[in-house]
Design a binder for this molecule. Structure first.
Ligand code: ADP
Ligand code: MG
Length: 703
């Protein structure tokens, strides 16, 4: 059982008070005792280790040195005024610099006295120094904070200005722990703590802040990471269990005329084995009487659309309507056109609904849907609107889902008296750990095979100085009858400037590739729908040689004759975006190319991204690198996904093993006790309610 004392406000901790409490809330969102205890150090320093000054270099994190100041000099004036202390460990010396609090420092510290300095080495004017270190007189401290390994907490300038440095912060945590440590109850059932040999919560919290040894620190971190991931997993899995118990699935047992006729007479190419396998998996789900909730993963170009279409035909064979939702109008339109042409000789009514569908047409569509005259409705977000109602919606397919939130997904459930089957298709592969967290309540099918005959795309990295060569190459490819995309980045904050880049780019392309020898079209999100359609149509039909575009073409656009993808300012794109863009070519029989244009100067991270693109075309591998480079919080879609990615201690890029373990344990717990009503699991139930009260809303809305 949890003690309510942890809900007390931090202003009651001795040494905090209302003013600092306010600051801590504003800067770090720390309000209660519990918030404070769960604000962990982001790094640790071993304060038992002292460095020699001669060992220091600027790449080191915080280090500790021992010695004496030989003298202090005040130099510069006005804004560049600073105090320089010369600190020696008896063998060599280093400059210690203060820009603020000069008078105070000069009064407080004396030359010739022994001090311990703790700070970060850096270079200034080619010389190594330490600025604003923490300084202590060597002494032995007693009590709970007498440990050699010290936690370093996140601080902000404002906090530091109010004397809430990491050291002050740590002192507050120590004070709190000294008072409440014995009242910290378990947040996991005792039987689990014992069985899994976890450190009890109390010990974990003490040791994560004040490690008694590096071994205990590791155990503390393990325990807290496990707990954090366990609760995410049990939450997701519980929703899954509730759904499976609570709702009957619409029965789609028949594989009927529509599916069979399409399969035997109109299938444009033989299915890959992977496509066959995932269709089988989904068929089993839909025929089982359970409601299907499946994530369909597959690399760019692996043929997810065709799978979606075939599942739609099964739903239709069983008398149900289907809706297919795509994130952009261009993509929805393209799906509509390609699916309609594949089904042109079949008695399947396909309709399109997007933001630019005319009012009258819309009204007509709504009526037809309710009357059950439309079998397959393809569209954008417009599909979610409440006015869109079906006669009997049986299957919802969401393409490129990571742009839709969990709530949007949930909303589709309400479109039928009984929730429809759901297929979520990912745009690019998602790393396993992320999939387990973002889509942990879904079953997963993976298409791990590309259609045959695809030639690997050659990826080249050029800098701006290669532009003439690039244009020459483009001309050769056009002469061979190929088509080319040239893509410019578009980032929300600097949209205006980006559109300027796009316009300038378009101009320079039309100068180098003059009309009428060459036809260049432009495509971006701000164009009117008709203009977009026209540009797309010209390119798709082969009338245009070059398409200059923003990332609107990133998702799903499919023009097999386009074999060159030029990405301008490639360093500004994320990896999954680059991979998506590259996936627009290599869809036909010809050798395709992806050319990454960038400036000369690149950050370490951009360099790694471009290198990864040149080195591999495996989307799953790229996704893993992306996760490592950026961390899960910044990955596209994670913010909207509705899962809290502000994990306090676990890291999805690094803690895959613990995550898998936590999921397995969560599965076992729920298998034994699906409703968590067993007395030994009371703690779990309580924790779940505390951690995510919004889930109740979520489920209510669905049922
Ligand atoms: P994605 O999985 O990225 O959505 P698409 O569904 O757009 O991929 O398919 C990519 C291309 O591969 C399309 O041109 C599609 O017609 C083609 N395709 C799909 N399945 C097969 C197959 N089994 N054999 C050959 N080509 C296929
Ligand atoms: Mg697709």
């Amino acid at each position: 059982m949890r003690s309510s004392i942890l809900n007390s406000e931090i202003k009651f901790i001795p040494g905090v008070g209302p003013k600092r409490a306010q600051l801590l809330e504003k800067e770090l969102s720390i309000k209660t005792f519990e918030d404070l205890l769960y604000t962990f150090p982001f790094r640790y320093v071993d304060r038992s280790k002292f460095y020699l000054i001669s060992e220091l270099h600027a790449d080191m994190p915080y280090v500790q040195i021992r010695g004496k100041f030989t003298r202090f000099d005040q130099v510069g004036d006005g804004r560049s005024k600073r105090l320089v202390g010369y600190f020696s460990d008896g063998r060599s010396s280093i400059e210690v610099i203060w820009f603020q609090g000069i008078k105070w420092i000069k009064d407080k510290y004396k030359a010739g006295t022994d001090y311990v300095l703790f700070g970060k080495p850096s270079t200034f004017n080619g010389k190594l120094n330490i600025a604003h270190p923490e300084i202590e007189v060597p002494k032995v401290e007693v009590g709970i904070i007498n440990t050699a390994i010290h936690g370093v907490y996140c601080s902000t300038e404002t906090l530091k200005d109010s004397f809430l440095s990491t050291k002050a912060f740590s002192r507050i945590v120590a004070t709190l722990l000294q008072t409440v440590a014995n009242q910290i109850g378990e947040s996991l059932p005792d039987y689990l703590v014992k069985k899994l040999k976890l450190l009890p919560l109390r010990d974990a919290l003490i040791n994560v802040h004040f490690p008694q040894s590096s071994h205990l620190l590791q155990s503390a971190i393990q325990r807290l990471k496990f707990e954090e991931l366990f609760y995410i997993q049990i939450n997701l899995l519980k929703q899954k269990v509730l759904r499976e118990r609570g709702f009957k699935g619409l029965l789609c047992k028949i594989v009927g005329d529509k599916f069979n006729t399409f399969y035997h007479d109109y299938l444009p190419f033989p299915l890959t084995n992977a496509q066959k396998r995932v269709i089988k998996e989904m068929r089993a789900d839909m025929g089982s009487g359970r409601q299907m909730n499946r994530l369909l993963q597959g690399d760019v170009g692996s043929g997810k659309t065709l799978v979606a279409l075939m599942m739609s035909l099964i739903a239709s064979d069983n008398g149900y309507q289907v809706s297919l939702m795509a994130p952009t109008e261009i993509l929805a339109t393209q799906h509509y056109e390609s699916i309609r042409s594949m089904l042109k000789d079949m008695p399947v009514e396909v309709a399109l609904l997007t933001g630019s569908t005319k009012k009258r047409e819309r009204k007509h569509l709504h009526e037809q849907l309710v009357a059950g005259k439309i079998n397959l409705l393809i569209g954008t977000h417009a599909l979610i609107e409440d006015v869109v109602q079906f006669r009997n919606l049986g299957l919802v397919i969401i393409d490129e889902q990571h742009r839709f939130g969990v709530m949007q997904r949930a909303k589709l459930w309400t479109k039928n008296h009984q929730p429809p089957h759901i297929i979520v298709m990912s745009a690019t592969p998602i790393p396993r750990t992320l999939a387990m967290t973002m889509y942990g309540d879904l079953d997963v099918s993976v298409i791990d095979e590309l259609p045959p005959g695809r030639k690997p795309i050659t990826t080249i990295h050029f800098t701006d100085s290669h532009r003439r060569r690039l244009f020459g190459f483009m001309k050769e490819e056009i002469a061979k009858g190929r088509q080319i995309y040239v893509v410019y980045p578009l980032i929300k904050e600097s949209e205006k400037m980006d559109y300027k880049d796009l316009e300038d780019g378009y101009e320079s392309i039309t100068r180098a590739f003059p009309f009428p020898d060459y036809v260049t079209v432009v495509l971006h999100g701000k164009m009117k729908a008709e203009d977009k359609d026209l540009a797309m149509a010209q390119f798709a039909s082969g009338k245009a040689n070059i398409m200059v575009a923003t990332t609107v073409i990133e998702v799903g656009v499919n023009v097999p004759n386009a074999s060159v993808m030029v990405i301008e300012s490639a360093e500004r794109f994320g990896l999954s975006q680059l991979h998506q863009l590259r996936g627009r070519v290599g869809r036909g029989a010809e050798q395709s190319f992806c050319i990454l244009m960038s400036g000369h100067k690149l950050s370490k991270e951009s360099k790694k991204r471009l290198e990864t693109m040149v080195d591999t075309s495996d989307g799953f591998e790229i996704a893993e690198v992306d996760l490592k480079l950026r961390g899960p919080g910044d990955l596209e879609g994670t913010q909207q996904s509705g899962i809290a990615f502000d994990l306090k201690i676990a890291n999805l890029a690094k803690d895959g093993k613990i995550l898998q373990y936590a999921r397995t344990v969560a599965e076992e717990v729920l298998k034994e006790d699906p409703t968590l009503d067993n007395p030994q699991n009371v703690v779990i139930k309580e924790q779940l309610q505390r951690l995510s009260p919004e889930n109740k809303v979520n489920l209510k809305e669905i049922s």
